[in-house]
Design a protein around this ligand. Structure first.
Ligand code: UDP
Ligand code: MG
Length: 326
């Protein structure tokens, strides 16, 4: 390891102590044809570094014979492990269960379809050892159809701007993490696209390196274009919940308060005019004033309700501890 003072935080790293060095987590949904080649190449790359590795294949409800292949791989080398979902739950659920099981100091995620290259693993880990908590792959030269690459550029641009994270490719399957990161982030729904955002919001450092990407050799993509639409809704959720889950009234209350105040001032002014003898019943301003006051009250009540919901969910953890001396 390069000296960065992180060793103390990872006392189990050295190989003599026998603790797991690398865990690879691979969500896989009907990728049977890719699995043999993928596992052979992974084994080469990992063995070159350490015998202390494990590969978790998460079979996400495949129905193409993947399970038999994975059972055979496990029988040949028990470091290839498998979790099989009862049905197709999606990539985020697959990553989440893999993150729960991963024992390694470093956790790598990659796709099962051979589009991600196992040969990149050492470079990803080297970047982490430079002192980052998480490193994301950047498919700079991408081998996917235009229908995917163009919306994806837009998606990455907006996500980068809104989250303030300076990377080019949020949704690359190939990523590396220190284990603390995967123990902390909560990946659910389709949030796998936003792991860098979730990690940064929790206080981890995020970096990226350019990785080699390959065209899909077997099978076909599991995501349609709807991914982009849903993706942006998820971004809204990520940004909103990471900032305001613990204090919803701050956002609803300030917006509602402003509206209420503006509406009140307008109507107060109209009241003065009315007292001075002008007719106000035909003034559009009256409607605006009433509208603003009603909306303001509604927003404030919504914020208060959200506060009550937040208070009742007592086990919501909204912090992540880095170090503790006691
Ligand atoms: N995947 C999964 N469950 C799903 C959809 C996809 O585990 O419901 C896996 C899939 O098998 C692959 C990875 O997620 O290993 C990425 O999927 P895909 O290659 O279809 O995405 P793309 O490369 O087209 O973005
Ligand atoms: Mg793919």
């Amino acid at each position: 390891m390069q000296g960065h003072g992180r060793e103390e935080e990872n006392p189990g790293w050295d190989q003599e102590s026998g603790s797991m060095d690398i865990s690879v987590v691979i969500p896989s949904y009907n990728e049977n044809e890719s699995l043999p080649e993928l596992s052979t190449r992974l084994k080469e790359v990992l063995d070159a570094r350490t015998p202390l590795w494990e590969v978790w294949f998460i079979d996400d409800g495949s129905h193409d014979g993947s399970v038999e292949t994975l059972r055979r791989l496990h029988a040949e080398d028990p470091r290839f492990k498998m979790i099989r979902f009862r049905r197709n739950y999606g990539k985020s659920a697959a990553l989440a269960v893999g993150f729960k099981e991963a024992q390694g100091t470093y956790v790598i995620t990659m796709d099962a379809d051979l589009q991600d290259d196992p040969a990149e693993i050492p470079a990803l880990i080297a970047k982490i050892e430079e002192g980052y908590d998480m490193v994301s792959g950047w498919k700079k030269k991408r081998y996917d159809p235009m229908s995917k690459t163009i919306p994806s550029k837009f998606f990455n641009f907006v996500t980068g701007k809104l989250s303030g994270i300076d990377i080019h490719d949020f949704n690359c399957g190939l990523k590396a993490y220190r284990r603390e990161v995967v123990e902390t982030v909560n990946v659910y729904g389709e949030m796998h696209r936003y792991i860098p955002v979730l990690a940064k919001m929790a206080g981890f450092t995020v970096s990226e390196i350019v990785v080699q990407h390959h065209p899909r050799k077997y099978g076909r993509t599991k995501f349609g274009l709807s991914r982009f639409f849903k993706g942006f809704l998820d971004l809204l959720t990520v940004l909103f919940t990471s900032r305001y889950t613990q204090r919803p009234l701050h956002v609803f209350g300030s917006l509602g308060g402003l509206m209420l105040l503006a509406g009140f001032l307008i109507n107060a002014w109209l009241t003065v005019e009315w007292l001075m003898g002008y007719p106000v019943g035909n003034r559009p301003m009256l409607l605006l004033g009433i509208l603003l006051m009603l909306l303001g009250i509604q927003l404030i009540s919504t914020g208060l309700l959200a506060e009550m919901v937040t208070k009742s969910g007592t086990n919501v953890r909204d912090y992540s501890v880095r170090e503790m001396l006691s």
